[in-house]
Design a protein around this ligand. Structure first.
Ligand code: ZN
Length: 154
């Protein structure tokens, strides 16, 4: 009884580092994805949104996504955790900004509950939440990033 009690206290009360993967309560975020999830929290905070990934039951996994040309997915369920799944092959060849864009897009679905927006200006997508199948182009760079993040969290 005491053992069960103290074990559950540990699980409930602590953020545990497990081989650098982040496990808070029973939620798992792959170590490779953690810095980008942290950035999402920080950028949301800057824009007045208190981001709580634990409250919304968000997890993050690196995996081999079988579907062609899919770099990431958000699997969203009211009965389970919300899972951001990232394709390992894509991830390993992506730049830092590409990784950030991908994680922010998927968390846009999974955390912010946003759907796609292909709104454009001068053929540039104005949202990180663009579908990827329209004719607008995303110019996500170190200089344009701030405007995209304002749009994402507004
Ligand atoms: Zn999407």
């Amino acid at each position: 009884m005491l053992l069960i009690f103290s074990t559950s206290l540990l699980i409930m009360g602590c953020a545990k580092e497990n081989n650098e993967n982040l496990v808070i309560e029973d939620l798992f975020i792959d170590e490779a994805l953690v810095p980008y999830f942290e950035r999402f929290v920080a950028e949301g905070m800057i824009r007045g949104q208190a981001i709580d990934l634990v409250e919304k039951r968000i997890e993050g996994f690196l995996m081999d996504i079988e579907e062609a040309n899919v770099a990431g997915q958000c699997s969203y369920s009211t009965t389970s955790t919300r899972k951001v799944n990232i394709d390992r092959t894509y991830w390993n060849s992506a730049t830092d900004l590409e990784k950030e864009f991908l994680i922010f897009h998927e968390l846009g679905h999974c955390y912010l509950e946003r759907s796609h927006s292909d709104a454009q200006q001068n053929s540039n997508c104005i949202s990180i939440m663009h579908s990827g199948t329209s004719d607008c182009r995303l110019r996500y760079t170190a200089t344009s990033r701030g405007d995209y993040l304002d749009e994402l969290f507004e």
